[in-house]
Design a protein around this ligand. Structure first.
Ligand SMILES: Cc1cc2nc3c(=O)[nH]c(=O)nc-3n(C[C@H](O)[C@H](O)[C@H](O)COP(=O)(O)O)c2cc1C
Ligand code: SF4
Length: 870
């Protein structure tokens, strides 16, 4: 062997340890020089770039200091939060606590930004060698992990590599995963956590924790762990919910009782006051009104309610993970930040620092990392489980209220803490231990001090609100109105459809008109153009689908229904606070886009020329596409324009705006969606934004009963959600006295993560029929099953006033309707009814399919194969 080839062989054998050694030496020298710099001048560090700035933060500890002994946060760059002890990474594989560097040199800025943004104000305990430390450290390092001894001769720790001391690669029996697990990056996160806990290896190889979750008394770790963790999520497009499920799975696999995943809108916020489970919040931020709003508003109100003691949530242990998009700049994760802040201010105890995932970055990775660290921390007996967040803009702000309350603590003669009432804590007078907030009498001489306290609390609230509005620490976007008579800064009025939403809707086939309206061609229009049948409205009311335009003047609505087929990408809101487009503009835009989309169908095989020509003149408008049409401030003008063009109007509302129903001018047919029959199930299925949604819903039914024109209840049946409670439906029918009840099985369109619906929730036609029969039976007269459209699983129940003798008159005389509208006279639904064709009758052999149309059955795979072979 030549000397050059033996050198090459030597290089091949030792190149990895050599590189490792070199990196180690370089790292050590950087550490030393940095510590020197820090000792010499903290100021100079602060002026450096981000990496230097970070070094400066931790540089306040000397090389001999214990990790995490942060001296003072005050001179920290507020834009770059200092890292807590837990998030300070170390060079991969550092073994032994005393070798642990006190800062995170080597972390790239982007990696650093993905870490939880937390500043530990004054760590109460220093934790070393804990599983949580190691797992976080390794996760933070990202590319690090234990090399399994490949990179380093045994026993040499100078480079931060354990040298395989704990385990050769791949062997997990002795407590080291052998570098197999890199929790931050490992897709099998649970295995990573388990290895960390059971084998003591987190690829940081800092030794064993010897915890086997299966044999551990969970309540000894944290009393809350003996029962299921509650994972609250707020989500519109489903990511937060998906993360919640991920947490649920990994915690269960760890041996914890299976956590409950709860949509934040399904939980009564008042219950947080007595909540005894560990609560994890996974919250997405939206700069429009969204599912977080109730919760955040409640937290804010509770925080500033002078009657509520500051430590109202002192029994609550929690942690927050926020989802957002850094493209929103200052608004990034404002919702989750606000929640974390207020939960802390109300006394909640943070078991793990707030984490954040950026849609614009590796959101999933950030969550996995946070999730692993949280669980490892919970399972670690050395952890204190309480972490404070501290906002550099205002020291007091982020401090946990329980901390403030400590100052107030009083002790009885035996040294036991005295439990104060709300009033005592606020210094308010109480009578016989009574609650002043319950309206009990207060001694006159105490009134003065009480008034001062109330005034102080009000001033504090006003100041906080102002700061809150200015700092944009809220999920709701601020748009120009005054709140309770108090002038806040003029707000910017935005467009309803953000660029992101525009992209999402257009991808789904919508044409967006102006800033808040949309139009789309439905599949029945295409079928009708090809002579392949019409939708159920043809059977029930005589509408030919190719003459119908489906549009909405408001893409926003006040619900978040589980069956919403737009996968919850529509904006939500309880009041109109967007720019308002002109009704003429919207109608012209809708027609233009509708005709434009029709033109594209010209060349589709099977399109009939006669139908294509007819389709050039829209005759019906279904104001039901998406969102809440009645929400649009100029809905009456819009409908008037339709009627002027002799286009009929079918308007569907979600029963949340009773005044709008009362003020609505006559439409051809007015629908109310009745998605459930009890308050609980309506909340579950519609997930409304309004807190008084049930009262609003009932008021809408009352308003409907007063309308003269045709009114319809639309029931969309979702199996296991709203198919029971027949008696309640019957009561609602008696209340709103609709002319018709349309019952339809929900259509499955791949609901995805947001709704949790599956094909199993879609009822069969026979099940819909059974449901309707039960309704008819229990109504005991006044209504009968009139028509059906089996093809779309739809059935029409009609008031018997539309039946003359044996002949149903559920169809509409459209010309007559326009005449009645033009006349300006009062009219009723009986004035423009028309006979129903026999083929549409319930039980007819055609089952609602027009016999003049060609029924098209999709061919099976076998049929297609047989055709090809012929
Ligand atoms: C209409 C809209 C508004 C949004 N507003 C914000 C915002 O103000 N701040 C932010 O950080 N992210 C914002 N986002 C981004 C979402 O929070 C982010 O995409 C998140 O991952 C969505 O989670 P989800 O799937 O659980 O709903 C917005 C997204 C949309 C579609
Ligand atoms: S009301 Fe309609 S548009 Fe709004 S979420 Fe429900 S189904 Fe979707």
């Amino acid at each position: 062997m030549s000397s050059s080839s033996s050198t090459l062989q030597l290089w091949k054998e030792y190149r990895i340890p050599l590189v490792c050694l070199a990196v180690g030496i370089a790292t050590l020298s950087i550490l030393l020089s940095n510590n020197n710099n820090n000792n010499n001048s903290n100021d100079s560090n602060n002026q450096d770039g981000s990496a230097q700035g970070l070094g400066a933060k931790s540089g306040k500890t000397t090389s001999g200091d214990k990790a995490g002994e942060l001296v003072d946060d005050k001179d920290q760059d507020p834009a770059v939060p200092a890292l807590p002890e837990e998030t300070v990474s170390q060079p991969s594989g550092t073994s032994g606590s005393d070798q642990r560097p006190t800062h995170h040199m080597g972390l790239k800025k982007e990696e650093f930004r993905k870490l939880p943004k937390v500043i530990r104000k004054k760590p109460k305990k220093k934790q070393q060698n804990s599983a949580a430390d190691s797992i976080t450290d390794t996760a933070s390092t990202g590319s690090g992990g234990c090399c399994g001894g490949k990179n380093k001769p045994e026993e040499d720790t100078s480079t931060g590599c354990c040298g395989g001391k704990y385990k050769p690669a791949g062997d997990v029996s002795k407590g080291c995963c052998g570098g197999k697990n890199k929790p931050g990056n490992d897709s099998n996160a649970t295995t990573a956590i388990e290895d960390t806990l059971t084998h003591g290896c987190s690829c940081g190889s800092k030794g064993k924790t010897n915890i086997d979750p299966k044999d551990t008394d969970l309540s000894a770790l944290l009393p809350e762990l003996s029962k299921p963790i509650k994972v609250f999520c707020s989500s519109i497009t489903g990511t937060a919910k998906m993360f919640a499920r991920q947490l649920q799975e990994s915690a269960t696999e760890l041996g914890l009782p299976e956590p409950k995943v709860i949509d934040i809108v399904d939980y009564d916020t008042e219950d947080f006051l007595s909540e005894s489970s560990l609560c994890i919040f996974i919250l997405s931020t939206y700069n429009v009104e969204g599912p977080n709003d109730w919760f955040l508003k409640w937290l804010e109100d509770t925080r500033f309610d002078w009657r509520v003691q500051k430590g109202a949530l002192s029994k609550l242990r929690f942690s927050v993970f926020g989802l957002g998009d850094s493209a929103y700049g200052d608004d990034f994760c404002t919702g989750s930040r606000a929640a974390d802040k207020w939960l802390g201010q109300l006394g909640g105890q943070r078991v793990w620092p707030v984490g954040e995932g950026d849609k614009n970055g590796d959101q999933g990775g950030a969550f996995t990392q946070w999730n692993n660290a949280l669980l490892a921390s919970l399972m670690d007996p050395n952890q204190s489980h309480v972490h404070e967040v501290y906002y550099s803009s205002d020291d007091e702000d982020g401090a946990s209220a329980s901390e403030h309350d400590d100052d107030d603590e009083e002790y009885d003669e035996d040294g036991a803490p005295v439990k104060k009432t709300k009033e005592e804590k606020l210094g308010l007078p109480t009578i016989d231990g009574g609650d002043a907030s319950d309206g009990e009498m207060v001694d006159l001489e105490d009134m003065g001090s009480m008034a001062i306290k109330i005034k102080q609390a009000k001033e504090e609230k006003a100041l906080d609100e102002e700061a809150y509005a200015n700092q944009k620490v809220r999920a709701k976007r601020a748009v120009g109105e005054t709140k309770e008579g108090k002038a806040i800064k003029p707000r910017e009025v935005r467009e309803m459809v953000s660029p992101l939403l525009y992209k999402s809707l257009t991808k789904q086939g919508y044409k967006i008109i102006g800033s808040h309206s949309g139009v789309k061609i439905c599949r029945w229009t295409k079928a009708a153009l090809r002579g392949r049948g019409f939708c159920y409205k043809h059977s029930f009311y005589g509408i030919q689908s190719h003459l119908c335009m489906e549009t909405t003047p408001s893409l926003a609505c006040a619900n978040k229904c589980v069956f919403c087929w737009r996968h919850h990408t529509n904006p939500v809101g309880t009041e109109w606070r967007w720019k308002v487009d002109d009704p003429e503009f919207i109608l012209e835009g809708a027609l233009e886009n509708h005709y434009g989309m029709l033109k594209q169908l010209k060349g589709v095989p099977g399109v009939r020329a006669d139908r294509f020509v007819e389709a050039g003149q829209v005759k019906h408008c279904a104001l039901s596409l998406v969102g809440e049409p009645i929400f649009y401030p100029h809905i009456n003008e819009f409908v008037k324009l339709l009627h002027k063009k002799r286009i009929s109007s079918f308007l569907v509302t979600n029963a949340q705006f009773p005044d709008a129903i009362t003020n609505m001018d006559p439409v051809t047919q007015l629908y109310v969606s009745v998605d459930a029959s009890t308050k609980e199930s309506l909340k579950k299925i519609d997930r409304p934004l309004f807190r008084d949604f049930w009262e609003r819903f009932l008021d809408c039914l009352d308003a409907l009963s007063q309308k003269g024109q045709r009114t319809v209840y639309r029931l969309t049946l979702v199996k296991d959600f709203n198919t029971d409670e027949i008696t309640n439906y019957v009561e609602l029918i008696r209340r709103g006295k609709p002319d018709f009840i349309e019952v339809k099985g929900v259509t499955y369109c791949g609901y995805g993560g947001a709704s949790g619906l599956t094909m199993a929730n879609v009822p069969y036609h026979a099940e819909v029929v059974r449901f309707v029969e039960l309704i008819q039976e229990q109504l005991g007269g006044g209504y009968e099953i009139a028509a059906e459209h089996a093809h779309s699983c739809s059935i029409l129940v009609a008031n018997t006033k539309f039946k003359k003798g044996d002949v149903w008159h559920t169809h509409i005389d459209y010309d007559r309707f326009f005449e009645l509208v033009e006349s300006g006279e009062k009219f009723t639904s009986l004035d423009y009814m028309k006979e129903t064709p026999k083929w549409a009758y319930f039980g007819a052999p055609e089952a609602g399919f027009d016999p003049d149309e060609t029924r098209y059955f999709r061919k099976t795979k076998d049929q297609r194969k047989a055709e090809r072979e012929d």
